[in-house]
Ligand binder design. Structure first.
Ligand SMILES: Cc1cc2nc3c(=O)[nH]c(=O)nc-3n(C[C@H](O)[C@H](O)[C@H](O)COP(=O)(O)O)c2cc1C
Length: 404
């Protein structure tokens, strides 16, 4: 694959040399574009020597005569010659430029002229990474379908410890590899996925809910779509960017989620219930806000519909995968759920600890299957866990029904 690789001006720019080498080793051709700031950190010569090609350092040619003519529309030529645009490291500044469509240097102009897949590997100080402006820019870029290779957590050059360290070059190269050779093993499948929490109203201004962020369900939807499936995502209220090419049905309560899911079951070939549905709700919600009183006050809650059990009763030969978010006895609870809800697999998910589970970008799970396995999946990004869940689901279906 022909890859245009942008390098912007962060301290991690030196790691881009290793990344360029890995991409070449994987058989890609790499054309490097350095921003002016990147050239403060690393010399063009390093990349020229590694890639055997001229490195682009300027939007406007500095020479005269032929060079001016031949490079006059270089950004369009680079956009047309390359099949993937990768930026590593991507600075906060670069994310802002891309998000807002600025075109005041070679790389940002190339971005606007480019029509293929875009992969961004940000790296910056943790405060810059967590700033609302950066979060908003990332959400915009993700909503355009770009792949964001999330930075890791660790010691940063600025002396802080936190999120913002460039992902390892090998990890970025693996993401590029997956895009270069996409697996299409879900072609023809219709995957119905639920995600996020539900909100059960208590009065016009209050509700019962939980800490689910929806990230696991959205990662599953993204992975299934990338592997060729048509994806229907029934989503509770979450703060995540809408996914491109995924039919999203937004719901609020457990009852709404039940209705949306049951309406779409007939179309589905694989059903994955990753939502954290409320177990209880208030049956008769007062029309007016409940007033504060000095006395004790109690609410009588009723159980919500058991969506997984209802789907289990009508699933036929569809593959059915549930989630069990537990704070203890993970495998035992997952196995109990597998049997009582007639699932093929239950993804056991330990929640309530630090850095894993609900709000985190990473997870560590155990896959309990109808064949009696309990497969531990080590800590990884939710996207990597999503691919592993899909891999094991397909293997299981092959083992159970002889269908790949
Ligand atoms: C020593 C030093 C290290 C820097 N490291 C980073 C970084 O890791 N990430 C980042 O977003 N900006 C970093 N910056 C700030 C950028 O270099 C600055 O925002 C610049 O305008 C980025 O330009 P570019 O996006 O065109 O490459 C650093 C600046 C200095 C002086």
């Amino acid at each position: 694959m022909n890859i245009a690789m942008g390098v912007s001006g962060g301290i991690a720019a030196y790691k881009a040399a290793e990344l360029a080498r890995l991409l070449m080793e994987n058989g890609h051709t790499v054309e490097v574009v350095l921003t002016h700031a990147a050239q403060e950190f690393i010399r063009p010569l390093t990349f020229a020597a590694l890639t055997g090609r001229k490195v682009i350092t300027d939007l406007f040619a500095t020479g005269g005569g032929d060079e001016v003519l031949s490079s006059a529309i270089e950004h369009i030529r680079v956009a047309q010659d390359n099949e993937l645009l990768l930026v590593a490291p991507a600075t906060a500044d670069l994310l802002a430029k891309f998000a807002h469509g600025l075109a005041n240097d070679f790389l940002s102009t190339l971005y606007l002229a480019f029509r293929g897949p875009v992969v961004l590997a940000p790296a910056m100080n943790s405060n810059m990474w967590q700033h609302d402006a950066t979060r908003a820019n990332l959400a915009t870029l993700a909503s355009r379908g770009h792949t964001i290779v999330e930075p890791g957590v660790g010691h940063l050059a600025c002396g802080m410890v936190g999120a913002g360290r460039l992902a390892e070059p090998a990890q970025i190269a693996a993401v590029v590899q997956a895009l270069a050779h996409p697996r299409r093993d879900l072609d023809g499948e219709v995957v119905l996925i639920t995600a996020g929490p539900t909100q059960e109203p208590l009065d016009p201004v209050r509700f019962l809910s939980n800490r689910s962020s929806g990230k696991m369900g959205y990662a599953l939807a993204e992975a299934a779509r990338a592997r060729g499936a048509r994806v229907i995502l029934v989503s509770g209220p979450v703060e995540l960017a809408r996914l491109v090419d995924v039919e999203t049905v937004s719901v609020r309560t457990a009852r709404e989620m039940r209705d949306a899911v049951m309406a779409r079951v007939p179309e589905a070939t694989i059903i994955i219930k990753a939502a954290a549905v409320a177990d209880f709700h208030l049956e008769l919600v007062p029309q007016q806000k409940i007033k504060k009183t000095p006395a004790r006050f109690s609410l009588e809650l009723s159980p919500t519909p058991d969506i997984l059990a209802e789907v289990g009763a009508v699933r036929g030969d569809r593959l059915l995968i549930g989630f069990a978010a537990e704070t203890q006895d993970l495998v035992r609870e997952a196995r109990r759920k597998l049997e009582t809800k007639k699932c093929d697999m239950v993804v056991g998910n330990l929640v309530g600890g630090e850095g894993l589970g609900f709000e985190s970008d990473e997870n560590e799970v155990v896959l309990v299957t109808r064949r009696g396995d309990a497969i531990p999946v080590a800590r990884a990004s939710k996207r990597a866990i999503a691919d592993r869940i899909l891999d094991e689901s397909l293997k299981l279906r092959l083992a159970l029904h002889g269908v790949a």
